[in-house]
Write a protein that binds this ligand. Structure first.
Ligand code: HMG
Ligand code: MG
Length: 304
């Protein structure tokens, strides 16, 4: 293993939220609960369970409270929920959530489609949400979408995302996740975005990468991030996923692909590829569509 790479990576599993929010078939609450629990049992220390957003905008996750209420709480696992505003935070706290992710974007076009607000408006809305969450003792993650490109506004200057990250950190966020929402980035873009964050004083220790594999570049971008010392990556079991408000956004980087890749690099993550593949397989069978993960397909072939 190259000594320049981090020895250990923390994976934030977003399958139950990002993976299912755009699903063509509606899954039962019990299937979702079983999915979350199976992912926790696979060794994942961070699982994003659901979102407390408008149920008419994301009906797939309208049972957020029920899912949160049904999962097995495990002291070794941080269960996360996405919250867009004060109402979402209140719902999350009522459901016993202790880790919340707020979200905004680098670009106005996507942000308006996603949360009905410009970037500035959404940051103004999120500042008190972050403060209230911190006052309530919660851990807060801040997503910045469209850092590498926007389905509405096109190319994005690296500094645009860095400014938003800086604002979220100044507002009290514990960590930032930089979203390649429509999967357009290549390694040079990762470098440019991380350079911009460095120049804005956002510590690499606070940064995670949230990659979508739309064009097959996600693992190359993981490697670029690793070379810069990034040690937090978001991924989705099976490669499920996509944002309903980002045309063309397909699956997230698959957890199985990431786990395989890290293993070959000698980087610890303590996640069982087989158990993740079993968990995603159960959900894939419910959805009735093949899962995009390549490492999962290879695992499945090897078990036949
Ligand atoms: P809005 O319409 O601007 O909100 O929605 P509003 O404050 O004007 O309220 C309008 C109505 O919505 C009111 O109800 C509110 O009570 C209700 P009424 O009085 O008319 O009956 N409302 C809510 N209901 C339930 N839960 C709430 C809530 N808030 C207001 N939290 C809002 C603004 C952001 C809420 C809306 O646009 C929304 O829910 N959008 C969905 C956004 C979403 O979930 N997107 C997908 C996740 S982001 C993503 O996937 C990207 C990411 O993966 C990273 C990446 O890949 O880049 C994270
Ligand atoms: Mg996403």
């Amino acid at each position: 293993m190259s000594s320049a790479l981090p020895p250990r990576v923390r994976i934030v599993e977003v399958g139950p939220r990002d993976g299912l929010q755009n699903s063509p078939s509606r899954l039962t609450t019990d299937v979702k609960i079983a999915f979350v629990d199976a992912l926790s049992e696979a060794g994942l220390t961070d699982v994003e369970v659901t979102s407390f957003v408008r149920p008419d905008r994301v009906p797939q996750l309208a049972d957020a409270s029920e899912v949160m209420g049904g999962i097995t709480r495990n002291p070794g696992v941080r269960h996360w929920a996405l919250v867009p505003n004060a109402k979402g935070l209140a719902g999350a706290i009522e459901s016993g959530v202790t880790n919340v992710a707020v979200f905004t974007a680098a670009t106005d076009g996507f942000n308006r489609a996603n949360v009905n607000a410009s970037v500035e408006e959404s940051l103004a809305r999120l500042k008190p949400v972050i403060r209230d969450a911190k006052d309530a003792g919660l851990r807060v993650r801040g997503y910045v979408s469209t850092v590498f490109g926007c389905p509405y506004d096109g190319e994005v200057e690296p500094v645009a995302g860095a400014r938003v990250s800086r604002t979220l950190m100044d507002a009290g966020a514990d960590e930032i996740s930089l979203g390649d929402t429509i999967g357009v980035a290549a390694p040079g873009d990762v470098d440019a975005v991380l350079d911009a964050h460095e120049s804005m004083g956002v510590s690499r220790d606070a940064i995670g990468l949230h990659l979508h594999d739309t064009r097959g570049t996600a693992l190359a971008n993981v490697y670029a991030g690793l070379q810069r010392g990034i040690a937090v990556f978001d991924s989705s079991a099976g490669g499920l996923g996509g944002c309903p408000f980002a045309p063309g956004a397909t699956g997230n980087l698959a957890t199985e692909d990431l786990v395989y890749f890290l293993g070959r690099l000698g980087i610890e993550c303590d996640v069982s590829l087989a158990k993740v593949a079993e968990a995603s397989g159960a959900v894939g069978a419910e959805i009735g569509r093949p899962l995009p993960s390549r490492a999962r397909a290879a695992w499945e072939a090897s078990t036949r």
